[in-house]
Design a binder for this molecule. Structure first.
Ligand code: FES
Ligand SMILES: [Fe+2]
Length: 426
């Protein structure tokens, strides 16, 4: 039996525009009709942040649709048997390095009666494998069932080979680990398209050193968190924090790799060297650049829910996990380069959370804004995207919000919402 079978989500179908997407579940047509999405591609109905049925549909159509979800980095699980727990949409998974060193993503549910096998954020499975607490079925690092208790009265045709853990297709790029539950997801490299060039800049050859992670729950819908990354408009308006840390961008662009289909984001900007700007705090040492002469910064979204970024000396990935309609967990993960000196590593350890951690100068401001957007989403009506939209296609300026349109086009394609025609009014 194919171990992936039970993780398969619905049949697939081709939408009228020729893109692949999961066939809509039975309730979907009603739901899609209920949410009136205007023809213009720069308008966003606020119901999509408050509708519980839509949230459930998203877990299938987006997160287990034909996409690759960023679930980790190889350096988080360096030794055989190392694992971390995660969620791909509503599916709990174990991201694991197997006994022979390969990376896999297993569904964290016993093949017998579905008990969660692993609790806690991470660990090493050790020699014993994963043993389920309920009836003591045991699995190895590949998810194969290796032992069951008291099988005497099982049907005679019971075979352990038929009861491995379900698993996602897994690929890595630059050490970043991606998983998909959908057969129609293209090879990862094709999915990433030109975003791969951006990932190369931040992730290098993949030899990053994992420094640690901090998780926080934002009281906002997951889409608001992600659209905020596509939005270059708010950066100067909201973020006084960038003035405090002396990050002054004087140019850049927002690219939308693969915008015809998946709409990733690659924002890159150039800033004035910090030592040419006046200090704002008495001690600015945390925001010095100690590891690279470059003043280029990158922020990327791997659609739908992965963020990869470098600012100053901070190398970071963020994994965005929708928990509920208005609760989203963000795991902020920090890295150093393999060749860093110990002094540089400690500088990164202190700087990363101070800028881009849950309590960092920048993140706090985003949290405040996004929670307010969520609070008033019940006001109905439409949010609107304007800055940069006279330009129809990327590249946009780094201060534009226009890329948000492409995020929602990719989203609408997966959900089955009608897409605006090319010449729709905007
Ligand atoms: S549910 Fe896991 S062994 Fe029974
Ligand atoms: Fe922001």
């Amino acid at each position: 039996m194919d171990a992936r079978r039970s993780a398969q989500v619905g049949p697939t179908d081709r939408s009228p525009d020729g893109t692949l997407g999961p066939a809509a579940p039975p309730a979907a047509p009603d739901l899609l009709a209920r949410i009136r999405w205007p023809q213009e591609d720069n308008k966003i109905p606020r119901e999509i942040f408050t509708d519980p049925d839509l949230f459930r549909l998203e877990m299938d159509a987006v997160f287990t649709g034909p996409v690759w979800v960023l679930v980790g980095h190889e350096s988080e699980i360096p030794r055989p048997g190392d694992y971390k727990t995660f969620s791909v949409g509503a599916i709990p998974v174990i991201v694991i390095r197997s006994a022979d060193g390969r990376i896999g993503v297993l569904v964290n549910a016993c093949a017998h009666r579905g008990t969660r096998l692993v609790e806690g954020p991470s660990g090493n499975v050790g020699r014993g494998g994963f043993r389920c607490i309920y009836h003591m079925w045991t699995y190895d690092t590949e998810g194969r069932l290796t032992a069951v208790s008291l099988p005497q009265d099982f049907p005679s045709d019971f075979r352990k080979e038929d009861y491995g853990l379900a698993r996602a297709r897994t690929e890595t790029y630059g050490g970043a680990i991606f998983a998909t539950f959908h057969d129609d997801a293209p090879p990862l490299r094709d999915y990433l398209a030109e975003l791969a060039d951006g990932l190369d800049r931040v992730l290098g050859d993949g030899a990053l050193r994992y420094l640690g992670a901090i998780s926080v729950i934002f009281r906002t819908n997951w889409k608001l968190y992600i659209e905020n990354i596509y939005d270059g408009y708010h950066v100067t308006a909201l973020h006084t924090g960038f003035q405090v840390v002396r990050l002054r961008s004087h140019g850049g662009e927002r690219l939308v790799p693969n915008y015809e289909r998946h709409g990733h984001l690659w924002g890159r900007s150039h800033s004035t060297p910090v030592d040419q700007l006046n200090p704002v705090l008495r001690d600015m040492s945390l925001f010095e650049v100690r590891t690279k002469p470059s003043t280029d910064h990158n922020i990327m979204v791997v659609f739908p829910s992965g963020v990869v970024t470098d600012y100053f000396d901070t190398i970071q990935m963020r994994y965005v996990v929708p928990l509920e309609l208005d609760r989203t967990m963000i795991e902020f993960v920090f890295f150093a380069r393999a060749e860093d000196t110990e002094e540089e590593v400690w500088h990164r350890v202190r700087q990363g959370p101070a800028v881009l951690g849950p309590a960092g100068a920048i993140t706090l401001e985003d949290a405040a804004a996004l929670e307010r957007v969520q609070l008033s989403a019940t006001a109905r009506g439409e949010n609107v995207v304007l800055k940069g939209t006279p330009r129809r296609f990327p590249p946009y300026r780094h201060v534009d919000e226009a890329p948000i349109r492409h995020f929602y086009q990719a989203y609408r394609r997966l959900l089955g919402f009608t897409l605006p025609s090319e010449d729709a009014p905007r």
